[in-house]
Design a protein around this ligand. Structure first.
Ligand code: SAM
Length: 279
């Protein structure tokens, strides 16, 4: 394994700081620095960017991001045990790494970063999904971030990039496609992590669109899509029954057959329907 920096190997860092992985914090660490550099490269050119990293743990991806030239990294880690290891990285990269000890679900540090901002994280999956939805649904658009490069359970990654007509297609795919270009950038087997999780993982990369792909009001679109997919086996005229007395007419006006199911409706149709339901 080639050396990406002058810091000790991650296994040694973990041993020195007694960072045994905690299940309660979703800790599955990446210890191969070549792999973390490769993930960092999926985030694009970092040299002119501030990077927000949530959940740096012992710092494998952090080191990858810095070695790949990130202008600055702001890392938010909940586990205090990781702070000494992260401080060692900060010393090796003067003025380029700031570490905040906080729960990322309770603290939004985006105002501490200078645009352009990219987000890169290997997070516990549940936290990752919640943050992804928050990052895709700010009150105004464009968001604070230019791109998101995030690790997910493979099945969740497939739901983010899914196309109409597939089983994985649902709320996440509609939201992601509305406001970003989303793709799976890498697949990782369980044994890429220590300890290995039960399932495979994938890195998803999302580039923020300058404006949503089709006009729609966020809350209305979210409501329509949530209702449509909450009863995904039902025909839309039934699933969306409570939304308007003349729902069948409105579906037809949006170019959707009332007997269709949510799974077959594409993003443009959902956006048209949400505008028609707003009138
Ligand atoms: N990024 C490291 C890596 O790739 O080896 C660690 C990845 S591990 C899957 C997830 C990390 O997120 C852990 O260090 C955990 O302590 C941290 N974490 C979990 N929940 C968090 C939260 N709500 N806010 C900030 N960090 C969190």
């Amino acid at each position: 394994m080639s050396q990406i920096d002058t810091l000790p190997p991650l296994r040694q860092v973990i041993a020195d700081h007694e960072l045994s992985a905690r299940k309660s914090l979703g800790q599955n660490f990446l210890l191969d620095l070549n792999l973390t550099s490769k993930i960092a490269r999926q985030a694009g050119d970092l040299s002119e960017c501030d990077v927000l990293e949530i959940g740096p743990g012992p710092g494998g991806l952090t080191r990858g991001l810095l070695a790949e030239g990130a202008r600055r990294v702001l890392a938010v880690e909940k586990d205090t045990r990781c702070l000494p290891a992260l401080n060692e990285i900060a010393e090796a990269y003067p003025d380029r790494l700031m570490v905040i000890n906080a729960d990322a679900l309770k603290l939004d540090p985006s105002d501490q970063l200078v645009p352009p901002i990219r987000v890169a994280s290997n997070l516990p999956y549940n936290v990752g999904t919640e943050l992804l939805i928050r990052w895709l649904t700010p009150p105004s658009w464009p968001p604070f971030w230019q791109s998101l490069t995030l690790m997910f359970q493979r099945e969740v990654a497939e739901r983010i990039v899914a196309k109409p007509g597939s089983k994985a297609y649902g709320r996440l795919a509609v939201l992601a496609a509305w406001r970003s270009d989303a793709k799976i950038a890498m697949h990782l087997p369980p044994d890429a992590f220590t300890p290995p999780p039960k399932v495979s993982s994938a890195v998803v990369h999302l580039d923020a669109l300058p404006e949503p792909r089709y006009p729609a009001e966020l809350k209305q679109l979210e409501t329509v899509v949530a209702r449509a997919f909450n009863q995904r086996r039902k025909m839309l005229r039934a699933a969306l029954k409570g939304m308007a007395p003349d729902i069948e007419d409105r579906l037809i006006a949006a170019g959707i057959k009332p007997t269709d199911r949510a799974e077959t409706v594409d993003l443009e149709q959902f956006c048209t329907l949400s505008r028609i339901l707003n009138t």
